[in-house]
Design a protein around this ligand. Sequence first.
Ligand code: HEM
Ligand SMILES: *[C@@H]1O[C@H](CO)[C@@H](O)[C@H](O)[C@H]1NC(C)=O
Ligand SMILES: *[C@@H]1O[C@H](CO)[C@@H](O)[C@H](O)[C@H]1NC(C)=O
Length: 323
Amino acid sequence: MGSGKYNAAAAIATSFFFVFLFCMPSNAQLSTSFYDQTCPDLQSTVKTQVRTSISAERRMAGSLIRLHFHDCFVQGCDASILLDDSPTIQSEKRAPPNNNSVRGYDVIDRAKTAVEKICPGVVSCADILSIAARDATVLAGGPSWTVKLGRRDSTTTNFAQASNGLPFFRDNLQKLIDDFANKGFTIREMVALSGAHSFGQAQCFTFRDRIYNNASDIDAGFASTRRRGCPSSGRDTKLAPLDLVTSTSFDNNYYKNIMQKKGLLETDQILLSGGSTDDIVRDYSKNPATFKSDFAAAMAKMSDLSPLTGQSGVIRRICSSLT
Ligand code: HEM
Ligand SMILES: *[C@@H]1O[C@H](CO)[C@@H](O)[C@H](O)[C@H]1NC(C)=O
Ligand SMILES: *[C@@H]1O[C@H](CO)[C@@H](O)[C@H](O)[C@H]1NC(C)=O
């Protein structure tokens, strides 16, 4: 009897605790005006660096948004991905989803150097990366969103989370849905965010199985074109555009490609495989404006994932190092 009552009370207390956790705003202290007094030229300074890097190499637009994504999904948008190996740090850069794949670190380093010149010790690497990802998307023709500021930089990395918590090119649909749900995203938001594969490139080893397995879910002409650049063995790092139509600009061709069985990765095509995401792909393929506004909203949400604020974390002087 007594223990039953105790259990009930404990259960109620536990559920209140979880409701409390759930309702806690994770971004309480991020704001659009955070650096208005301390670094008024921040936005234009970052944008100049991003523009220069994209003019030099158009692929960089995609690389920067992916860098931001892989930062935010691992212990929040805290620039943890930017830290190099050191005696106290196991770099996330070397985790399998990132190693020899994620790029754009040098662009963020240059933007940081430029920002340090005008307001030393004030702006976090995490905020610079967040602004850069948005600017890159806009410069590639994509939608804009408001980046709230005030993130601080981590003093730690999480190699295990970087290895296991990021989506993988062999994942099935349920795994993709779960990975994004774990970070608070709906299925629709997951499908919208996948539209970032509207620009950028992928290496042969990530799509080889798809183009050689003769599956009924790939367009035959597309498969044979892709096989020419990606032999059944060797040339693992040979690149192909994620969006075969407009590989350097941001638009909804990604979804149109999927409708024609011309998604490059299996995880792209799987979004149209008879499951809960089919209707969303169809919708985005027909309605570019809907896609763009959903994408922008989902990116704003991603860039608010578990930031360090207030006295937590630090402002790094050099993004790749704690000293
Ligand atoms: C849905 C789950 C996802 C999977 C399984 C996935 C997987 C991949 C893979 C395998 C590559 C090629 C990497 C390489 O060959 O080195 C890639 C590239 C890329 N991904 Fe994703 N991705 C996903 C979601 C996202 C999201 C949410 C974004 C951004 C919001 C994103 C942005 C990009 C971009 C822009 C590239 C090209 C980068 C470049 O050219 O440097 N991806 N992704
Ligand atoms: C990362 O890639 C390099 C090759 O560039 C390789 O030597 C190294 O072992 C890889 N790191 C990890 C942790 O797998
Ligand atoms: C599958 O694709 C390979 C590579 O192009 C081709 O040689 C083979 O004939 C195909 N098999 C079938 C059953 O279509």
